[in-house]
Design a protein around this ligand. Sequence first.
Ligand SMILES: NC(=O)c1ccc[n+]([C@@H]2O[C@H](COP(=O)([O-])OP(=O)(O)OC[C@H]3O[C@@H](n4cnc5c(N)ncnc54)[C@H](OP(=O)(O)O)[C@@H]3O)[C@@H](O)[C@H]2O)c1
Length: 273
Amino acid sequence: MGFDLSGKRVAVLGVGKMGGILLKALLEKGLLSPKSTFATVQHEDRARALSEKLGVSVGTDNLAAVREADIILVCVKPQVVQEVMEQIRPNVSRKQLIISVAASVPTSQIEKALGEVAVVRAMPNTPCVLGVGMTGLCKGKYADARQVETACALFGVVGKTVVVDEKHMDAVTALSASGPAYIYIILESLAEAGVKVGLPRDVSTLLAAQTTLGAATVVLETGDHPALLKDAVTTPAGCTIDGIMELEEGKLRVTLIKAVVKAAQRAKELAYG
Ligand SMILES: NC(=O)c1ccc[n+]([C@@H]2O[C@H](COP(=O)([O-])OP(=O)(O)OC[C@H]3O[C@@H](n4cnc5c(N)ncnc54)[C@H](OP(=O)(O)O)[C@@H]3O)[C@@H](O)[C@H]2O)c1
């Protein structure tokens, strides 16, 4: 393995949906060593259950969890970040790397709370659970290129990564972090459509999902513009153009654009409640 954190002490603050996906994947891939991994949640009973399930130390004391940690992965809700940063401050030093996946929370807020520490902000998505995630990352004021590389390598274990300027992080949040929800709605609708035209639901869902995967794979692997790829499917006077006319009439394009714009606006506010 090219990238190995097993000698490093890692604290994961918040093991909910996203923290859980990341922690589980990093442990399963052998990137983290269970004895050097310290996680926290809010509730004692959750801590006990997770500790048993994952085989790592899970508690509720954030300050203790980050003591001598090399990497601190912050996976609590945006509204809780400030409070958690204030709790851990006494045990944070300049040699640590803070990686926050909290939507909307700027690196400057974390730097202000903790002092001159290296912060990388990351925005993963739930398909990380199967190693097919997408994570956008950006660096704070004090993080160097090597630390950004470390964060990229960490999220590279659960999917693709892209480094962007921090000003684009709300857009990344709205597109690729919220995006799986949009795609699931599209998939569900296509599957429903298959049922409407007589297909069994399981066959219909398989056709819709594999078609989505196939189309996305072609875009990624050829680098061709989606419009050109669409044209190749659209035979003159064939069936596809009739389907496309319905999509245009239903304003699918503008609806998707507006969905991302709205989500990006909301992403700007999240950290403030
Ligand atoms: N879900 C996504 O698709 C997604 C994508 C990208 C980024 N994110 C980001 O990931 C972060 C977490 O989101 P989520 O969806 O995983 O939320 P979630 O499922 O509600 O998880 C939040 C976790 O934080 C724990 N927690 C709450 N207060 C805490 C405290 N004071 N100290 C330590 N742990 C505490 C909770 O503990 P308990 O388990 O005891 O309640 C829970 O485990 C958010 O900042 C979000 O913006 C999420």
